[in-house]
Write a protein that binds this ligand. Structure first.
Ligand SMILES: Cc1cc2nc3c(=O)[nH]c(=O)nc-3n(C[C@H](O)[C@H](O)[C@H](O)COP(=O)(O)OP(=O)(O)OC[C@H]3O[C@@H](n4cnc5c(N)ncnc54)[C@H](O)[C@@H]3O)c2cc1C
Ligand code: FES
Length: 528
């Protein structure tokens, strides 16, 4: 997640690092997101109907918003979720509800024009309003609250950004958004833009309530229901050894499945999507230290902080240290980096959580939402705004199925042409594939064996001429998988922070048992 147009200072060697008090995280800190503590009722795999009006693949905010709106419009929907509702990125988020995009408004205006930039932000504002209205109409207990948001000058540099932030505030105000420049915002005492009427909520409580409202009266929500393939004539999907026919399909899997399009088309689409890993810590803070709100800055990658009230006191969720998925050697050090910066801002914070997840960036800074094949709708590439853009994708999926027009279908069309501003990114981000495909095989460590791997760690070793992804569990059990990514053949790498195998080429992720956590790979790694 970056706001590159305001600050291009490198994250390393920044002045504040000298002033930081070193506190190493306690090893016993849970790595399960705060939101996953909630006891959500199960939606067991039922007998699937032979056909439905709309099949929705993925039980995150995109899929369930689409499902709810389509059911309200009179459609029968079936939501297939391969794990649990909210188990994906919607359950790993830091849950800022904001229309302030990762890409600055000034950049969006330069790149797409005033009208398109205004529409993108208006879509985010509409999404927050829809969430609020669902919370009221379905009486969802998810701590939804309106709070202000602040975009600060970078914490990492001494560069004078007041002028750029003032322009950002003026651009937003001119387009009708409640924004103003402040010389010294709270917490960081730096120049900032203040945006009124942003919001916070508990994402999993919200999503679970949507699922409850969808389930029943001819519609279904099924967990442990993995869609493993599609057939064109007749249109149907394979799920858990059976098939389900559909008129429309909504692919809401964060990184899209290939679905009904050709492998070539899907591969080309993939060149416009870039998965990044991002790291957060959760911490209790003394009451009165900071008002509830959303805080972020213009560093690259940027820092993001959310303060909210809990019955036990105030709680901070702080994130940063993004890197392209599969590219960092020492993922655990990212948590230490995030924790160090948090203690610089809030020295009294007591960290009791940490987790990480993926955001998908695009080549031009806006998401891809719309049809990618006949009656096949996709929502992806939301960057750090997936809760609002995912909700907007739900609104757009409803309109697409009902054949109704909306103000976003051209600007967010997955088939839009790559504009000049995005071309450099497209080329730069796609150099990883040829590089890692060749270089990682040349750099392999031929001497190491499974015996060298410590409990909790993993490494790719050579065995009988094959590349083996070898992980030793905390209990000492050794798990071996074919290390060749099932997407396009790069070698996976062990991610110690998340206990997963990640691919540096296009960001596919696998569990230590080989199952796909996130695409573009759709097939598990072969177990040895
Ligand atoms: C640390 C972090 C902080 C973030 N902070 C913010 C923030 O503050 N504000 C914000 O707006 N956004 C934020 N985001 C981004 C946001 O959380 C995501 O973009 C958003 O939740 C994506 O929602 P989704 O429904 O599209 O995908 P997901 O929630 O990932 O849902 C996709 C679902 O599809 C399922 N699935 C995949 N393949 C299949 C298959 N073959 N069959 C069936 N099911 C399948 C998965 O199991 C998953 O549950 C953050 C993300 C992270 C990781
Ligand atoms: S080769 Fe594409 S994600 Fe692994």
């Amino acid at each position: 997640m970056d706001r590159s147009s305001i600050s291009r200072l490198p994250l390393r060697n920044r002045p504040f690092r000298r002033a930081v008090r070193l506190r190493m995280p306690t090893l016993a800190i849970p790595t399960i997101p705060l939101w996953q503590d909630l006891n959500v009722p199960r939606f067991p795999t039922a007998q699937l109907p032979s056909a439905t009006d709309v099949l929705i693949v993925g039980g995150g905010i995109t899929g369930l918003t689409a499902a709810l709106l389509l059911k309200r419009a009179g459609k029968r929907v079936v939501v297939c979720e391969k794990r649990r509702i909210g188990a994906g990125e919607s359950g790993h988020t830091s849950a800022h509800l904001t229309y302030v995009t990762d890409e600055t408004l000034v950049t969006l205006i330069d790149r797409f024009g005033r009208e398109a930039a205004e529409r993108a932000w208006r879509g985010g504002r509409l999404a927050i309003d829809l969430i609020e209205s669902n919370v009221e109409s379905l009486r969802i207990e998810c701590d939804f609250r309106r709070v202000p948001g602040f975009l600060f000058a970078s914490m990492d540099g001494e560069r004078d950004e007041a002028g750029a932030l003032r322009r950002e505030a003026d651009a937003a105000a001119a387009l009708g958004f409640a924004a103003r420049f402040v010389e010294r915002g709270p917490v960081l005492s730096r120049p900032a833009v203040m945006y009124a009427d942003q919001a916070v909520f508990h994402p999993v409580a919200y999503i679970a309530a949507l699922a409850r409202a969808v389930h029943g009266d001819g519609s279904l929500v099924c967990e442990d229901a993995e869609v493993t393939g599609f057939e064109e004539e007749p249109r149907r999907a394979r799920v858990n050894g059976t098939t389900i026919g559909f008129d429309h399909v909504v692919i809401a899997t964060h990184v899209p499945l290939i679905g009904l399009r050709s492998m070539l088309g899907a591969t080309f689409f993939q060149t416009k999507l870039y998965p990044y890993s991002t790291y957060v810590v959760g911490a209790r803070i003394p009451r009165g230290q900071l008002a509830p709100g959303l805080y972020s800055d213009t560093a690259e990658p940027y820092h993001y902080l959310r303060i909210h009230e809990t019955p036990e006191g105030r709680y901070a969720i702080f994130g940063a240290a993004d890197h392209k998925t599969g590219k960092a050697e020492d993922t655990e050090s990212r948590f230490r980096e995030v924790e160090r910066v948090l203690h610089r801002i809030l020295p009294e914070a007591t960290v009791d959580r940490r987790w990480s997840g993926q955001v998908i960036e695009t080549n031009d800074g806006l998401p891809y939402i719309g049809f990618t094949a006949e009656r096949q709708f996709v929502g992806t590439g939301y960057a750090g705004n997936g809760l609002t853009f995912g909700t907007l994708a739900g609104i757009m999926a409803r309109d697409a199925v009902l054949d109704e027009r909306n103000p976003w279908q051209e600007i967010l069309d997955p088939g839009r042409k790559t504009i000049a501003g995005g071309l450099g990114t497209l080329v730069r981000e796609n150099l990883d594939y040829p590089y890692h495909l060749i270089i990682d095989r040349l750099r392999e460590d031929r001497r190491s064996s499974a015996d060298d791997i410590a409990p909790g760690d993993g490494r790719v070793i050579r065995l009988d001429g094959r590349h083996i992804a070898c992980h030793r569990t905390e209990a000492g059990e050794v798990k071996m998988l074919d290390a060749v990514c099932t997407h396009m053949g790069c070698l996976v790498r062990f991610n110690k922070a998340e206990r997963s195998w990640d691919c540096p080429c296009h960001g596919s992720r696998f569990t230590v048992d080989g199952d796909v956590i996130g695409g573009p790979a759709e097939e598990a790694l072969e177990r040895i």
